[in-house]
Design a protein around this ligand. Structure first.
Ligand code: C5P
Length: 230
């Protein structure tokens, strides 16, 4: 199976459907985020789910434990394959999300924790009162997520190798910031090629624009799959 989750960053339902149709069988799944979900909600999600592609619902839930558990419970009927939460919500919140996910009778979503957003640097962390070293904070939150039973984490390419060693072989590492050597970097700064990220220990690769903005998304995805196969 392809490790690619293609980021469908659009609020245009027709465009999302079209991409899902074109990519069917060429990627491991699709990532839908806040932009899509706030526009089309459960109905739009179910629309894409009907195309039989694994779906990663990247909502980065962060609230009091009871509310996050309720949100995860509300998502269960949609049968997402992955849901994200913020590890910074704390141990009780992570455990509450896991408990809610385990209530699934048919299709348990995996819960992935986000550590420190890659849009934040050391200065940003200090400003919000988190004076610790950024990498230390990433590792602290990743370990906390593991201790609380989370299925995996989302992490930047530059963190994969260290986090794989720290967390062991069983945690899922979902990795964005991926660019094939033939693709434009766009606004991504610290990028890795798909091969490098997989070699470093990634489980799945989140890849958006190199696929969605290519003239032929299926062919672009297939090219990456071929480059990844030994
Ligand atoms: O188009 P591109 O491949 O850059 O898309 C990457 C996707 O991964 C986007 O949906 C982006 O929001 C997400 N993401 C990221 N970097 C992170 C976390 C998520 O690029 N650190």
């Amino acid at each position: 199976m392809s490790p690619i989750f293609c980021a469908i960053d659009t609020s245009d339902l027709a465009k999302a459907r079209e991409l899902a149709r074109k990519l069917s069988g060429h990627v491991g799944g699709l990532k839908l985020g806040l932009e899509f979900f706030t526009a089309h909600g459960p109905k739009g999600f179910a629309d894409l789910k009907a195309m039989n592609t694994p779906l990663f619902l990247d909502l980065k839930l962060h609230d009091i434990p009871n509310t996050v558990a309720g949100a995860v419970r509300s998502l269960l009927p949609l049968e997402p394959d992955f849901i994200t939460i913020h590890a910074g919500g704390g141990a009780t919140m992570i455990r509450a999300a896991m408990d809610a996910a385990h209530e699934a009778t048919k299709h348990r979503p995996k819960i992935l924790a986000v550590t420190v957003l890659t849009s934040l640097d050391g200065k940003d962390l200090t400003q919000v009162g988190q004076g610790s070293d950024l990498q230390e904070q990433v590792q602290r939150l990743a370990l906390l997520a593991k201790e609380c039973g989370a299925d995996g984490i989302v992490c930047a390419p530059s963190e994969v190798e260290k986090l794989r060693a720290l967390l062991g072989p069983d945690m899922t590492l979902m990795v964005p910031g991926i660019r094939p050597s033939w693709a434009e970097a766009g606004d991504q700064k610290r990028i890795m090629t798909p091969q490098m990220a997989m070699k470093a220990g990634a489980t799945y690769l989140v890849i958006g624009r190199p696929i969605t903005e290519s003239g032929n998304p299926a062919q672009a995805a297939q090219r990456i799959n071929e480059e990844l196969s030994p």
